[in-house]
Design a protein around this ligand. Structure first.
Ligand code: FES
Ligand SMILES: [Fe+2]
Length: 415
């Protein structure tokens, strides 16, 4: 793509708060490369779940920009991450998306590493060769109650510990370690990753676009802030939330809102929200989609715990299943959205759950969201595109995403 050079610092400095970003943030190759280096290269990135690597020797690979990464469970059951780059002449060591192995054997010349990344074997290297100088390079990994985050920076943001400490009690009751991935669906959106994230951070578009998702959602949840003519509806909703939170918290389910989306480097938000009608799950009939629950919940109507992170994930935890999303940029106008549905690992497909029923709401919603993101991308290419104002009632969390992004880039790029 040939484009005139842009002055990114100037674009950041003149950014108008409360407005969407200028076009180059969505379609320039240069901004994309900066995003990969500064945002995806220096923050904690959500990449998968413990059940991606359920047994010792199980691995998964993922590509973050130019960097191939390997995630593996070692013989002591510790999950580790490495650069998937052989210390001989740089081949990728694991070439499949997923697999299981006793040792890591490079396909090129069979250098062989153990699951802790130590080089065990390298033929024809001579007497002076010291294998201990050629370990696989480690990548920082944190397991947050079963959600796996990696950080490619040498010194990852330390405030991630606040996220870990806050979120562990919220997520732990949903028992991720005791789940399996019922299914994973990858979609590629022809749009910039920030449009995907911004779209995720508001439900202004839900009524007009998501007939399946809105069956279980209350209109006043998901980022809705009171305006004068809706005060009564909001008041009633807030009353109900207060009541439900008291009930759920008395059963050991933390529920209160925590929001540091744009106030910390490792920004996040969480809240357990009531679901409408039966109140059990984000399904077409709002009842559980899996008969075997994730834990011994006395009543499956525990709504949905939502968890959003900067820069690339969101998650919904219910009594019967978990839906988890990671966003990986592939190019200025190409983004991978990876969705996993987790159920109790003892649940039997066709007996306890049906994949179509389990995935119906979010499959439909993802495809509607893809359309919205792709249309925004097309519009942002026009010379007539101008940053437009966010709704102060329904797009406050979008604004927090773009605040976070602009602040992080401004700070990291310096003067
Ligand atoms: S590049 Fe891996 S063994 Fe040669
Ligand atoms: Fe949506």
């Amino acid at each position: 793509m040939s484009q005139a050079p842009i002055n990114l610092r100037e674009l950041l400095a003149r950014r108008k708060k409360g407005y969407s970003l200028e076009a180059p943030f969505y379609n320039s190759q240069e901004v994309f490369e900066t995003d990969m280096e500064q945002i995806f290269g220096k923050h904690w990135i959500y990449v998968g779940v413990e059940p991606d690597v359920p047994e010792a020797g199980d691995y998964m690979t993922i590509q973050i920009g130019k960097q191939p990464i390997l995630i593996i469970r070692d013989d002591d059951n510790q999950i580790r991450a490495f650069h998937n780059v052989c210390r001989h002449r740089g081949s990728r060591v694991c070439t499949h998306d997923k697999g299981s192995t006793g040792n890591l054997v490079c396909p090129y010349h069979q250098w062989t590493y153990n699951l802790e990344g130590k080089l065990l074997f390298a033929e024809h290297m001579g007497d002076d060769f010291d294998p201990s100088k050629h370990r696989l390079a480690p990548v920082h990994l944190k397991n947050v109650a079963g959600l796996l985050f990696i950080c490619l920076a040498e010194n990852p943001p330390e405030d991630f510990q606040h996220l870990v400490d806050t979120m562990t009690p919220y997520i732990a009751p949903h028992n991720i370690a005791n789940t399996k991935i019922a299914t994973q669906i990858d979609i590629i959106e022809e749009g910039n990753w920030k449009l995907t994230m911004e779209n995720n951070r508001e439900c202004y578009h839900c009524t007009g676009n998501h007939p399946e998702l809105t069956i279980s959602l209350y209109a006043y949840s998901y980022g809705f802030a009171p305006s004068e003519d809706t005060d009564e509806g909001v008041r009633q909703y807030e009353e109900m939330v207060k009541e439900r939170h008291a009930k759920w918290e008395s059963c050991g389910l933390p529920s209160a809102e925590v929001d540091c989306l744009d106030s910390t480097i490792s920004g996040f938000r969480t809240m357990r929200m009531p679901l409408d009608k039966e109140g059990q799950s984000q399904t077409m009939n709002t009842q559980v989609a899996c008969k075997k629950l994730l834990a011994d919940f006395a009543d499956p109507a525990i709504g949905g715990l939502s968890f959003w992170t900067q820069p690339n994930s969101w998650h919904h935890f219910m009594a019967d299943h978990i839906v988890t999303f990671s966003v990986i940029p592939l190019g200025p106008d190409k983004t991978l959205v990876r969705t996993k549905w987790l159920v109790n690992k003892d649940a039997v497909e066709g007996v306890d759950y049906d994949i179509e029923n389990l995935t119906a709401v979010w499959n439909a919603t993802n495809s509607q969201d893809r359309f919205l993101v792709e249309e925004s991308q097309k519009g942002s290419m026009s010379p007539e595109y101008l940053p437009g104002p966010y709704s102060p009632y329904t797009e406050t969390l979008v604004e927090k995403f773009s605040n976070w992004y602009v602040n992080r880039l401004t700070e990291l790029l310096g003067d």
